[in-house]
Ligand binder design. Structure first.
Ligand code: NDP
Length: 321
């Protein structure tokens, strides 16, 4: 037996209950990972609340790191004791989780297990957003919302490494300090941010806006763009964006809008290796700092969700079984 968080219906954080469950058995092409730490991500809250449909009983969690305990039939590249992480797991709010061999990321020396659990999902997200959803170049001015969040702090650092000019938004002084330490050139509050972005760009606006906040920022994000700029809407921390008239893209200056999701940017082994190697090697050599803002016992998963949803966290939130 082992422990896992189980939700029996959608609802608030309180539906996340610790339960005793059977230890999973790896099927063909899978490994059983003994979890050292699990990453909490905003998508887990959408699934818990019913915004995204799941089946019950439901154990959240697609991100974790740990060690291979057992291998299933046909597994050739992993052996018991190997350190792995994943951004594409399932039921990771648990002491043990099954991981497909193809989706297990080897953890390099120099990256500890907590960092390994903190990095894959938000790191790969930051990587695909700035390299593939829109390819950022040194001359670009970029607006990133929620700059002290998990994705935000990583994206600011990766954008500065590319030489871009980075403007970000945050809600508190403490978060502003963290965003500045990550390298942001300008840190704004949300109120009136579009006008401030225009002031900072001689009236032109940003080349690209990365918006994971959604409902509350969407209009201002469009208004922050220069002619032919792109809005990359990648999340809905404040709620989903209501239906939208495409004519607004014309009026705003022949703008583009995309709504990407990570699964379409991990299409094959080569793409997975490219993104994960770049972020893990940057973490290993210290050029990418991974802030773990909070660690909770697995049993406190409800508190972790509540804190994330109430904007009380910075950087990565981890659960420790
Ligand atoms: P964060 O750590 O960034 O937490 C969310 C932050 O959003 C908060 O800390 C808060 O920062 C800001 N925020 C603004 N308004 C609200 C609000 N009303 N309620 C809650 N938070 C608010 O989370 P993650 O880094 O895990 O995720 C960031 C976004 O990226 C999420 O929308 C998530 O769904 C999305 N995402 C998308 C992926 C994809 O592939 N499309 C993959 C991974 C994440 P502040 O207080 O400074 O405003």
């Amino acid at each position: 037996m082992t422990h896992a968080i189980v939700a029996r219906q959608p609802g608030g954080p309180e539906v996340l209950q610790l339960a005793e469950v059977d230890r999973p058995v790896p099927g063909p092409g899978q490994v059983l990972m003994k979890v050292t730490a699990t990453g909490v991500n905003f998508i887990d809250t959408y699934q818990r609340s019913g915004t995204y449909k799941v089946s019950y009983p439901f154990t959240p969690g697609s991100e974790a790191a740990g060690a291979v305990e057992e291998v299933g039939e046909g597994v050739t590249t992993l052996a018991p004791g190997d350190r792995i992480a994943t951004a594409e797991g399932s039921r990771c709010y648990a002491g043990y989780a099954l991981v497909d061999e193809a989706k297990a990321l080897p953890v390099p020396d120099g990256v500890d297990d907590f960092t390994a659990a903190a990095l894959p999902l938000q790191g790969i997200t930051a990587h695909y957003l700035i390299n593939s959803s829109f390819r950022v170049e040194p001359a670009h001015t970029v607006l990133v919302h929620a700059g002290a969040g998990g994705v935000g702090l990583l994206m600011i650092q990766l954008l500065k490494a590319k030489g871009a000019h980075v403007i970000t938004t945050v809600s508190t002084d403490e978060k502003a300090q963290l965003a500045r330490e990550a390298g942001a050139d300008h840190v704004l509050r949300y109120e009136g941010f579009a006008a401030k972005v225009r002031d900072l760009t001689d009236g032109a606006g940003a080349h690209v806006v990365y918006d994971g906040v959604g409902k509350d920022t969407f209009d201002g994000s469009l208004a922050s763009l220069r002619i032919r700029g792109m809005l990359v809407l990648f999340g809905a921390a404040s709620g989903p964006v209501p239906p939208f008239d495409p004519q607004r893209l014309n009026a705003g200056g022949s703008l583009s809008l995309t709504r990407p999701t990570i699964v379409h940017f991990l299409r094959n082994a080569q793409e997975r290796r490219w993104r994960s190697d770049e972020i893990f090697s940057a973490a290993a050599n210290g050029s990418l700092k991974v802030r773990i803002g909070a660690r909770y016992d697995l049993a406190e998963a409800a508190q972790a969700h509540s804190d994330l949803e109430h904007r009380l966290t910075t950087g990565k939130v981890l659960l420790v079984p």
